[in-house]
Design a binder for this molecule. Structure first.
Ligand SMILES: Nc1ncnc2c1ncn2[C@@H]1O[C@H](COP(=O)(O)OP(=O)(O)OP(=O)(O)O)[C@@H](O)[C@H]1O
Length: 332
């Protein structure tokens, strides 16, 4: 049995494809109530792990427990309580999103006809597809298919959501919508396990992260603990010369108006600067970014994640543009 409070636990979970080791002795712990970010570069083994969790791929060795049941044996009991979305979600292309969802609902064990239309409407509304479901799915954009896949995952009001790269193909507004939806579901009690290769996405949404590097779990921790203050304080001031004189031996780095002070308490430092008549334009406790942490923990990191970082940056730019009202609205 899984220990109380654990939604997912794996021990030594391993998968070989032939002689290729795709997932290497994974010990995952996802607690009930987590928004758990499963981070890894392309090809690091995320999808294989998710498939093993759902009983879709057999592990070579090790164990996986989901909601207290060993997988894959426990699948019939567990899967009705799990909403899942893996890669490109499947759907009947000639049917509407609504018809697809109704079919999916009807296939659920013990599913009742009563209330089906309401469940389908609710799921469509939640993912922002309420107004467009008359079209056949073959006319959907990638982002709309992604939303439909999420609606599928939601229709049974799951205790646990397992989502593999859920924002693939979505525009910035769509990404924001999905993030808000997942956080709302989590606040209402759903545990969320989400895989992604996008650092920013995980950083903005998750409470805990697991980082996969070429099949190995190299990090599993609370995001807040990972991003705890480093003990240094970053100051921006227009009175650079005065500040340098005052802080002298305590300065770790100084460039232009930015001065990094070691072993500092932000409040005490602010008071000291103000007493000395030095303008404090900005003063923050330094924290490592998730990017720094992941790059330090992974070997592949620098090139693979750098590309993701560029994409994150592009997305940031889109988001900023979005915030100023230039960007297109929801594509769905
Ligand atoms: N059915 C398969 N047969 C052989 N190799 C496979 C199979 N499925 C995946 N692999 C390999 O296992 C490794 C992990 O793949 P996986 O899809 O789990 O990674 P991922 O982290 O989800 O990557 P991505 O983000 O690109 O989907 C890759 O090198 C992949 O080529």
């Amino acid at each position: 049995m899984t220990a109380p409070g654990l939604a997912i636990r794996t021990a030594g979970l391993t998968k070989y494809y032939g002689r290729f080791l795709a997932v290497d002795a994974l010990d995952l712990e996802v607690r009930e109530g987590d928004v758990y970010g499963f981070l890894g570069a392309n090809g690091s083994g995320k999808t294989t792990t998710v498939r093993m969790l759902l009983g879709l791929v057999l592990a070579t060795s090790g164990t996986a427990e989901v909601l207290g049941r060993a997988m894959p044996g426990g699948a019939p009991d567990v899967l009705p309580e799990v909403g899942a979305m893996i890669e490109a979600p499947a759907a009947y292309p000639h049917l509407s999103g609504r018809a697809n969802l109704a079919l999916f609902d009807a296939m659920g064990r013990g599913s009742r006809r009563r209330g089906r239309a309401g469940r389908v409407d609710d799921a469509l509304d939640r993912v922002g597809l309420g107004g467009v479901d008359g079209r056949p799915v073959r006319a959907y954009s990638l982002g709309m298919r992604q939303r439909l896949g999420l609606a599928n995952a939601l229709i049974r009001r799951p205790r646990l959501l397992v989502l593999d790269e859920p924002t693939n193909g979505l525009d910035p507004q769509g990404i924001r919508d999905i993030r808000a939806l997942l956080l709302e579901l989590n606040a209402a009690g759903t545990t969320v396990f989400v895989s992604s290769h996008l650092l920013l996405e995980i950083e903005q949404m998750c409470t805990r992260v697991g980082v996969l590097d070429r099949g190995r779990l190299v990090l599993q921790e609370h995001l807040d603990d990972l991003r705890a203050p480093t003990g240094r304080v970053v100051l921006r001031t227009r009175d650079v010369a005065d500040a340098r004189r005052l802080l002298d031996h305590r300065i770790d780095e100084a460039r232009d108006d930015r001065i990094v002070v070691r072993d500092a308490d932000p409040a005490a430092l602010a008071a000291e600067l103000v007493r000395a008549g030095i303008a404090v334009d900005e003063l923050v406790a330094e924290r490592r970014s998730l990017e720094d942490i992941v790059l330090a923990a992974t070997s592949a990191g620098s090139d693979t994640f750098a590309r993701d970082r560029d994409r994150d940056r592009d997305r940031d730019r889109d988001r900023d543009r979005d915030a100023t009202g230039d960007a297109a609205g929801v594509s769905a």
